[in-house]
Design a protein around this ligand. Sequence first.
Ligand code: GDP
Ligand code: MG
Length: 442
Amino acid sequence: NLSGRLATVVKTLRGHARLTEDNIKDAMREVRMALLEADVALPVVKTFIDHVRQRAIGEEVMGSLTPGQAVIGVVHDELKKLMGEQNDALNLAAVPPAIVLMAGLQGAGKTTTTGKLAKRLKEEQRKKVMVVSCDVYRPAAIEQLKTLAGQIGVEWFASDPSQAPVDIAVAALDYAKRHFFDVLIVDTAGRLAIDEAMMAEIKALHARLNPIETLFVVDAMQGQDAVNTAKAFNETLPLTGVILTKMDGDARGGAALSVRHVTGKPIKFIGVGEKVGGLEPFHPERMASRILGMGDVLSLIEDVQKTVDVEEAQKLAKKMKAGKGFDLEDFKMQIQQMKRMGGMGALMDKLPGQLSQMAQGIEGAGADKAVARIEGIINSMTPEERRKPELLKASRKRRIAAGAGVSVQEVNRLLNQFEQMQKMMKQFSGKGMFKLLKGMRG
Ligand code: GDP
Ligand code: MG
């Protein structure tokens, strides 16, 4: 995997006080292999490696005391850049109703995501939302959206499957206008593969509706195939954004890089579960860390441990903090990463004290189940609650417990664990990092 490969890069470069063209070449080969393994498309990898190489032969890496880490830093930074630096929010600045058109292949997750988006807009932005399905080919698809809408409590427009998709959309728009809806989300039919009829249909819908957002929904598990699909849709429609679904599976994240690169359009959200709550804003920084894996953080720590250079440690600490506090969203990501890295057992000896204790706590409870429960609990929180856990008073905890199907005690236990982890992360800042590392050296 990518983090494993990169650990090798660091190890190889570690011995060299100075980088030479030769060992940079070796390192770049490893990075290249790693990206291909993570499902990043070849042309994207090429461009990426070029950028990293340019910087690797520059002062920033060459002048570093620890060139291996510096290379990793550059890789992380370039990954982030490739994915767009920061989150792009949904644009609803239109004369109401703001129209959101969903496009993508069959099975990509359009209908599910339509429901998820409707829920977010309703609950977080207090929007009056209506959804409509233009999938006249599969009556079950229209029913699926109806069920979702009922679950979320948003208006569902009853499509007449004997009408053409454009006529359904126009009727829905007309209704939404007359009833003062803020947002109309238009779900469409996809095919299993790109075909002209589908493209003509989505193009016609776009021309007639003139949506403020045209979102391309793509399954992250599709890996390389996602690139061709993205290209075709991007050439047919003026896309405004991308939603990557099924990021909760073992998708390797490469699709995020490729799709962004190929379309040049921002990834706005990621789908992280089948339930209506499973949609999160996309954060390039987090995705870069995810692609790199937690392993690099661990190997960075190991390296700093050996280098024991206060200045370097502090620089690193700053980078890790990146001006942001450690919140429940990060916590969830760490947990997911641990899961991806093959369970807690393998990791436990490497972790510093408090974290190791926490991992043992989870391990004791049956690692996989416990991790799923933790994810469930965090998924049941609103993004604001994840950012500010101090908001979580009794009534909110009850709501979260009910949503996740666990007891309030379990929510409390999770919050305790999070607090411990947060404390640990705080030690990473400033001199605390140095102290922590000294502690680790025993
Ligand atoms: P559509 O054909 O594009 O409308 O796709 P659907 O919305 O019907 O989704 C196809 C399948 O993917 C369904 O079984 C969904 O539950 C599932 N699905 C959609 N989004 C996600 C996601 O983010 N994570 C997971 N695990 N499953 C998803
Ligand atoms: Mg559908």
